[in-house]
Design a binder for this molecule. Structure first.
Ligand SMILES: Cc1cc2nc3c(=O)[nH]c(=O)nc-3n(C[C@H](O)[C@H](O)[C@H](O)COP(=O)(O)OP(=O)(O)OC[C@H]3O[C@@H](n4cnc5c(N)ncnc54)[C@H](O)[C@@H]3O)c2cc1C
Length: 598
């Protein structure tokens, strides 16, 4: 994968670069990367470097609010890891890897206690235990939380622990390429976003913990300029396999705003917590009809995320949406005091925008929230490339066709530990980047980066990113069909062609970061569209209007490997079987209850 616009104005020579030798390079410093670093330090591995595109402690993880799962049984003593696994498989519509699911569920009770010992500010019961609440589609209260700032508290705790263990961190470094011959991993190449210096990291093992890809959609809940698919795209380019990319969780209620209004526009797609519906919020279409009566007469607004999101999308698609492309969410039958007490952040946010939720409805529409797919890894988080690990939101396998709320934070912690364990058991210093890789991969790539910087092409990079996001929203959104997915691929080709002729600033300019990201996004977007086209059934978060039924024969994961440059060819692999304990929990048929959540 070459950077966009790489055949531009450069003279083709390799720019200067610094060489850094480390035993383990961790790309990404959210919960997953931080937890891996702690495990390695605890096990005596020296010479670990964690780096991220942003400052220390400033990662997407901080936006997680509702909680983190683990069968502690604080309130419901009958809960256990096998039931947690069974719930995860059911919500994942049995496309998850059962072994990976159990890796998470088995570990989490102990990992939550460990986080507690490290000082995480968990909310507590009256008698001081870690409190747990209901989260969507779970049989028991197993979601531990720290008020409504669980992610922030988790990352603070992990960063504090990593500092205590003196794990080195480099901020504002962006990785642009991983070094591998498709079989073995040797390190990575990137640049310092502050100084513009190019860097070659020679590493014995690389852990990719670079987040997900939900921000390839124009309406999304991710932080600005994050979750553009860096992790999956980097691994794919290095010879890793991507799986389940077609499964994207759309949250039913993101803010629907007037995109022409500068005050509202930044809020487009931002999460309106499910607690608004939990506190009695009702959904109405533009005709004033409480439409959930037609889609889910029993559960109404409190049905599962994918059901409510599809219902809203259908209302909008069939012309019953509001002027701003949403529906109304109305909690105005509650009084101001109640709303301010139960939904303080929402009440405040809308009040600042001049809307009193106690007096009038707000406008909402579905928004891309989480990519269930990612890099295919084994039970220890290792990819098909030896020495290259992919964990946290970058990996695939745990969530299947739909994610159980509270499981992604759990996955970051559990896989941080198992990847750390595996690496510690066999790491033996930084290794050596073979001369052939330096000549054939590193130097041409650096020359391409240099050619991209300062490129004076026709198209503005940010406009192309916006165009790509629009393509994905229009063609790989909640309701999909073959004709639209194919049209999406054609439109993506147009973006790809334009990307060869971009206008980019120098290496320290934000447009340079965006140009690299555009390359990542093109890869990821193509696999989402192609995966969606290939899967001729509806399952979990993937809904094909031309194939509305679930097809038992499709209990397979769609995988992409880089067959050759510029092509993505999928193949499918069958899903494994759950352990006896998890099968017994599935057979027991614990009731999945759609209790409301943050
Ligand atoms: C609004 C919102 C609420 C959520 N609430 C919950 C919840 O309540 N419970 C739950 O379980 N999950 C929740 N999630 C999901 C959860 O927050 C994420 O899945 C999880 O935090 C991902 O952590 P991570 O460590 O894998 O990646 P991130 O936290 O995304 O970290 C990625 C890291 O990689 C770095 N990086 C990325 N690309 C590069 C590159 N090219 N070079 C160098 N560094 C790079 C970034 O700088 C960052 O340090 C929520 C998500 C959203 C959007």
């Amino acid at each position: 994968m070459e950077p966009v616009g790489a055949d531009g104005d450069g003279d083709g020579s390799t720019p200067d670069y610094r060489r850094v030798d480390v035993s383990v390079l961790i790309v990404g410093a959210g919960a997953a990367g931080a937890r891996t670093a702690i495990e390695l330090a605890d096990r005596g591995v020296e010479d670990v470097l964690v780096l991220g595109k942003r400052g220390h402690g400033d990662a997407h993880t901080t936006w997680a609010r509702g909680g983190i799962n683990g069968a502690l049984g604080t309130h419901d003593s009958e809960d256990e890891p096998a039931i947690h696994a069974a719930d995860t498989l059911e919500e994942g519509h049995f496309l998850n890897d059962p072994e990976m699911v159990e890796t998470v569920t088995e570990q989490m009770p102990a990992r939550l206690r460990e986080l507690d010992e490290w000082g995480m500010a968990f909310s507590r019961t009256d008698d001081g235990a870690i409190d747990q609440r209901y989260f969507g589609a779970q049989s028991f209260r197993r979601t531990a939380f720290a008020g409504d700032h669980t992610g922030e508290s988790l990352l603070d705790t992990l960063v504090g622990k990593a500092r205590e263990l003196e794990v080195p961190y480099r901020e504002n470094v962006m990785i642009t390429k991983l070094l591998s011959d498709g079989v073995e991993s040797y390190g990575a190449v990137g640049f310092d976003m502050d100084t513009g210096e190019f860097v070659l990291f020679n590493a014995g093992a690389v852990v990719l913990a670079a987040g997900g890809y939900a921000a390839v959609y124009n309406r999304h809940t991710s932080r600005d300029d994050e979750n553009n698919g860096d992790g999956p795209a980097l691994a794919y380019d290095a010879g890793g396999t991507l799986a389940d990319m077609e499964f994207v969780q759309f949250h039913p209620t993101g803010m629907a705003v007037d995109d022409g209004d500068p005050e509202w526009e930044p809020w487009s797609g931002r999460l309106v917590t499910e607690a608004v519906r939990g506190e009695g919020g009702r959904l109405y279409n533009a005709d004033g009809e409480r439409f959930m009566e037609r889609y889910s007469p029993d559960q109404m607004e409190l049905d599962a995320r994918d059901v409510v999101a599809r219902a809203i999308a259908k209302e909008i698609a069939e012309g019953r949406g509001t002027h701003n492309g949403g529906v109304h969410l109305d909690v105005s039958h509650r009084d101001a005091e109640f709303i301010a007490e139960r939904l303080p952040r929402m009440y405040e946010r809308f009040a600042e925008l001049g809307v009193d939720m106690a007096e009038e409805p707000v406008e909402v529409a579905p928004t891309a929230h989480y990519g269930m797919g990612g890099v295919r890894v084994d039970a220890h988080g290792e990819t098909d490339v030896e020495g290259l690990f992919a964990i946290g939101e970058t990996m695939a396998g745990v969530h299947g066709a739909n994610r159980l709320g509270g499981n992604s934070l759990a996955e970051t912690i559990a896989y941080g530990v198992v990847a750390g364990e595996r690496i510690a058991a066999r790491i033996d210093g930084p290794g050596v980047v073979p001369d052939a890789i330096v000549e054939d991969v590193v130097e041409p790539h650096l020359a391409e980066l240099a050619a991209t910087a300062g490129r004076r092409g026709t198209h503005d990079v940010e406009s192309l990113i916006a165009e790509l996001r629009e393509v994905m929203w229009d063609h790989a959104g909640i309701l999909r069909d073959a004709a639209s997915l194919e049209e999406g691929l054609d439109r993506l080709d147009t973006v790809r062609e334009k990307a060869d002729d971009v206008r980019v600033g120098d290496v320290t300019d934000r447009s340079f970061e965006f140009a690299i990201d555009l390359g990542f996004m093109l890869t990821v977007a193509e696999t989402v569209l192609r995966g969606g086209l290939e899967r001729t059934e509806s399952r979990g978060a993937h809904y094909r209007t031309d194939h509305p039924e679930t097809d038992g024969g499709w209990r397979r994961n769609i995988c992409f490997e880089r067959a050759d440059i510029g092509r993505t060819e999928p193949h499918t692999v069958p899903v494994g079987r759950p352990s006896d304990a998890v099968q017994a929990a599935l057979d027991a048929g614990y009731e999945l209850d759609y209790h409301q959540l943050e």
